[in-house]
Structures are given as C-alpha cells and as structure tokens.
Design a protein around this ligand. Structure first.
Ligand SMILES: [Zn+2]
Length: 82
C-alpha cells in the first residue's frame, strides 16, 4: 500500500499557516500592500513594488493570497521590506 507523504500533523500546521496568511490579507482590506522586489522585472511586479496594491474587498484579499501561493509573489506592508 502506498504511504501518504503528508502526515496529519504536518497537514494541520500547513493549514494553520495558510489560514494565518489568508487573515493577513483580510486584515489589510482598504490598505495598501507592496509586492516584494523579486527577480521578475515585468511591469506588473515593478508597479506592484513601487505603487503597491490597494486591497479593495474580501474577494480581492483572497485573490491576492492565492496569487501569492501560486505565482511565488510575496506581499509586505512596507515598500522596502524584503
Ligand atoms: Zn513579474
């Protein structure tokens, strides 16, 4: 029988971390977050770093949270924070 790679405890920790990060975005609805300066130099990343992104509502917060996970983008409160 195939062994599961992820143990239940690990899973709980991963979900807790995911929820915490989701809450980080939800807490910033109506505020501006900044895209970290990563290797990517596309206009979207540069603009997100310089001007930041205003989180409009709950759905936008969720969208950014998912984008961060899927695209390897990182958001912070401060413009020059790494
Ligand atoms: Zn980019």
């Amino acid at each position: 029988m195939r062994k599961h790679k992820i143990e239940p405890e690990t899973n709980v920790n991963a979900i807790t971390a995911w929820k915490k990060r989701k809450q980080w975005f939800v807490d910033r609805i109506g505020k501006r977050v900044y895209r970290c300066p990563i290797k990517c130099q596309c206009d979207s990343c540069k603009n997100g770093h310089i001007n930041g992104i205003l989180i409009h509502d709950y759905d936008h917060a969720i969208y950014l949270h998912l984008a961060e996970g899927e695209m390897g983008i990182r958001y912070t409160d401060a413009k020059y924070e790494q």
